[in-house]
Design a protein around this ligand. Structure first.
Ligand code: SF4
Length: 411
């Protein structure tokens, strides 16, 4: 099999992995069209300093000794298989990089023989790139759960970002859907990586030339909708992962039934809108000071898909509103639906000089389309005169897109 054929198979096999930041397009080219979003191979992610970069996104191999119920590459699935060598992946990366097609590599893999053996091949690839080609571009690699910590350390010293996928939100689902994986092995890899990151942060204060260890941190991915977990289970799990392992990101991947399996045969494709709401909630956990219990609880276990989680929270806690824009703390401003960090900062800065009025917010380019229902500005309220929470939710849900799709540049 030549390299091009392998590349075709292994870029396609990598498209279900969402733990780098772009995925999910299924737009195909028409006979005379330009471009093809269906063909996988290049994805985008963010570097340590926030730049968006294009990555060659491939699997090292789609051969796998494991038989995870949800995965197209499971050992029992009859598909065409291919496997690169470390040098082939390194050469492809360098050749694409030199042609300016990509700025980095995202490399994941099925498990060949066992986790240690697979990790050694991935490490060899990174080693050729860094030490033979002197390549200093971005590398994101998947760490194989169950591999020895010495190998995790070697990988962490060569790559920028590493991900260990938890795969499913609960141990129960993992046991059913990926029985060869263990939560203990996944979490101990994450824990080891976290310890090493912290150790490096401490050592750099003493020794300027301490080698880098995962400068872009570690991430994970969770498949949603394959098991019976509620949104509350999922956000609680994400919160626990952020708290315990200082992850940079948890990626959520709506379950796609790409393979026949006894356990998933009746499970439908999870709605993309659910995935979107989970990403919104994740954002609230990471940047807005929310905890999972603020958003959901045992009685109210799933997000209302009609409305974004922050607005839903505000309506459920309507007694906390309206807040006065001239007096609210930074964190209270951040909790107002429609007000983000940048707007909250602008308000704090502007009110040092004067008491704000509605026209000041407009002049500051702060949209109050949604926020006006939750604020007063210098004592004045300009929101809806709603009957109750249900009424307000109905009215605000009208502003939400009816289906979730890519935003238009020209809308
Ligand atoms: S370990 Fe499981 S999820 Fe990963 S490639 Fe193999 S079958 Fe797929």
């Amino acid at each position: 099999m030549d390299t091009l054929e392998k590349l075709e198979i292994l870029t396609d096999a990598a498209k279900y992995d969402v733990s780098c930041s772009s995925s999910g397009s299924n737009r195909k080219n028409s006979s005379k069209g330009l471009g093809n979003g269906h063909i996988a191979g290049i994805c985008h992610s963010w570097s340590e300093d926030g730049r968006c970069i294009s990555l060659l996104k491939i699997l090292f191999t789609n051969k796998c000794v494991y038989d995870c119920e949800y995965c197209i590459n499971r050992s029992s699935n009859v598909i065409k298989r291919a496997e690169f060598t470390p040098r082939e992946v390194a050469d492809l990366t360098i050749n694409f990089y030199r042609r300016n097609y990509i700025e980095g590599l995202f490399l994941s893999s099925g498990i060949i023989k066992n986790p240690n053996y697979t990790m050694e091949l991935l490490i060899k690839t990174a080693d050729i790139l860094r030490n033979e080609y002197n390549y200093n571009g971005y590398i994101h690699m998947k760490s194989i759960p169950g591999a020895e910590s010495d190998l995790v350390k070697k990988m962490g010293l060569l790559v920028d970002r590493m991900s260990v996928n938890v795969e499913l939100p609960t141990e129960k689902s993992l046991k059913i859907l990926a029985p060869q994986k263990s939560i203990g092995a996944i979490e101990s890899s994450m824990d080891f990586a976290k310890q090493k990151i912290v150790q490096r942060q401490n050592e750099i204060k003493l020794y300027k030339h301490t080698p880098k260890f995962l400068p872009a941190g570690q991430t994970t991915q969770m498949i949603i909708g394959a098991g019976k977990e509620s949104d509350f289970d999922i956000v609680s799990r994400a919160e626990n992962l952020y708290d315990s392992y200082s992850l940079k990101r948890v990626f959520y991947s709506a379950f796609v039934p790409v393979v026949k399996s006894e356990f998933t045969k009746d499970v439908k494709k999870a709605p993309l809108l659910r995935e979107h709401r989970l990403y919104q909630a994740d954002w609230l956990l990471r940047f807005y000071g929310f905890r999972s219990r603020d958003l959901l609880n045992e009685k109210n276990k799933n997000f209302d898909l009609r409305i974004d989680p922050k607005t839903d929270w505000a309506i459920n806690n309507i007694e906390k509103f309206p807040v006065e824009i001239n007096k609210a703390s930074f964190w209270d401003l951040m909790k107002i639906p429609g007000i983000g960090r940048v707007s909250a900062e602008k308000i704090i800065k502007a009110r040092k000089y004067r008491k704000l009025e509605y026209w000041n917010l407009k002049a500051l380019n702060i949209s109050i389309k949604k926020a006006r229902n939750f604020i007063t500005v210098n004592g004045k309220y300009q929101g809806f005169k709603f009957k109750d929470q249900k009424d307000l939710k109905e009215r605000l849900s009208l502003f939400e897109p009816k289906s979730f799709e890519q935003l238009s540049f020209f809308g």
